[in-house]
Design a protein around this ligand. Structure first.
Ligand code: SF4
Ligand code: SF4
Length: 113
């Protein structure tokens, strides 16, 4: 079984992130407040906040507005247009797979891959 702390609402699998176990223990573990959010006015990721606290969904793949404008607003400025579109497409694929399998199975699959 995978670690539920690593299943971010936005389609990222935290096990792939270079900051895991350095500055972060997983997006779910941090309740959507990983280190970078401490430098923002809201102190919580807008995607996590919207998904969990406003829409009350398990993840953005279950939202009819996905991918909403917040995904574009949160774009990493160091990414080229091509890199950003690729990352968005990867998140879409992850969330589609997560919907098909359910979160536990998706995590198991990602842990073993
Ligand atoms: S964008 Fe937000 S929800 Fe996605 S991994 Fe980062 S902090 Fe978590
Ligand atoms: S509007 Fe939907 S896709 Fe956008 S952050 Fe909220 S839950 Fe996620």
């Amino acid at each position: 079984m995978g670690n539920i702390s690593y299943a971010a609402v936005c389609g990222i699998y935290c096990g792939d992130c270079e900051y895991l176990n350095r500055q972060c223990k997983g997006c779910e573990y941090q309740a959507g407040k990983p280190f970078w959010t401490q430098q923002t006015p809201s102190k919580i990721c807008p995607l996590h906040d919207c998904c969990r606290n406003s829409k009350r969904l398990e993840h953005c793949g279950l939202c009819e507005d996905f991918p909403c404008k917040t995904f574009r607003e949160l774009r990493d400025p160091s990414m080229s247009d091509e890199e950003f579109e690729k990352s968005l497409s990867q998140r879409k694929d992850e969330l589609r797979r997560r919907m098909e399998l359910g979160t536990e199975q998706w995590l198991s699959e990602r842990t073993s891959s």
